[in-house]
Ligand binder design. Structure first.
Ligand SMILES: Cc1cc2nc3c(=O)[nH]c(=O)nc-3n(C[C@H](O)[C@H](O)[C@H](O)COP(=O)(O)OP(=O)(O)OC[C@H]3O[C@@H](n4cnc5c(N)ncnc54)[C@H](O)[C@@H]3O)c2cc1C
Length: 231
């Protein structure tokens, strides 16, 4: 490891501890790419923060060292957005995987970005509610990644894209500032709604560190229709 890389890794270790900075080849390859598998990944290090403060400190280290960051969720993306191919630091959200708050009356969940999509669906189900964004990668993808890709999924015609279900978010920008966007409001006519700029931005504008997600009532008595057509 070059001495400049060693110094950088040391600074990351000071933030999250040595267990949560990965530099061995297997981990670099594992975290450095997504489902596309066509790009060669070449990150400097993988760092796994556990809090918003950790993420802010990581951004500061990246700024000081002039190194780019790549946010990484479940790495099921199909467009190479989570691939680190030019000596970036990968910020993996696996440890920020907690549901922080649930309001049954407003049907809102506040959660960290690393919550696996399927866990959010299960949490909704346990509370007799429904989170309708669903796809075959739900067992691995994270809600932060779903928001960053504005994922659609198999129920999109009925329920819409991920965008429709995001009532608020906190984002750490490239300067380490925390933006608190929309704060779960339904009616907010106070100006620009930057939440929607971050949804679908593929990690290019900042690191999503908290989300307020809307749930809905469970569908009643769903039916499956099978249509046979002649070729
Ligand atoms: C089998 C399979 C089926 C799929 N089906 C569908 C489908 O039906 N509909 C659909 O829309 N997609 C589908 N996808 C694509 C993929 O699952 C979705 O795009 C999913 O939302 C990606 O989430 P992820 O956590 O894996 O994100 P990742 O792949 O880890 O990242 C995707 C992008 O989000 C960014 N990102 C991740 N976390 C954050 C964060 N916290 N803050 C900022 N940026 C972040 C990354 O930098 C990257 O640009 C499918 C993929 C597979 C493999």
């Amino acid at each position: 490891m070059e001495s400049s890389t060693e110094g950088l890794v040391g600074q990351l270790v000071e933030i999250v501890g040595s267990d949560w900075v990965k530099t061995d080849d297997v981990e670099l390859q594992y975290y450095g790419k997504d489902w596309t598998n066509v790009f060669h990944s070449d990150p400097i290090a993988i760092v796994l923060p556990s809090s918003i403060e950790d993420v802010q400190a990581i951004v500061e280290v990246a700024m000081d060292n002039q190194v780019a960051l790549v946010p990484s969720g479940g790495r099921t993306g199909l467009s190479g957005g989570a691939v680190a191919k030019q000596h970036e630091i990968v910020v993996a959200f696996d440890r920020m995987n907690k549901i922080l708050n649930f309001d049954a009356v407003d049907r809102q969940v506040i959660c960290q970005p690393g919550v696996i999509t399927e866990h959010l669906q299960q949490f909704a189900d346990d509370n007799d509610l429904f989170y309708p964004v669903d796809f075959s990668s739900s067992g691995s993808s994270q809600i932060g990644g779903n928001v960053a890709t504005n994922a659609g999924g198999i129920k999109v015609i009925r329920y819409g894209m991920t965008r429709n279900w995001i009532l608020g978010m906190k984002v750490v920008t490239g300067t380490g500032e925390v933006l608190d966007l929309n704060r779960g409001l339904i009616k907010n006519a106070t100006g620009y709604d930057f939440r929607h700029l971050f949804i679908g931005s593929e990690g290019t504008l900042g690191l999503i560190v908290e989300l307020t997600v809307a749930l809905c009532p469970k569908p009643q008595d769903p039916k499956v229709l099978l249509l046979g057509v002649e070729q």
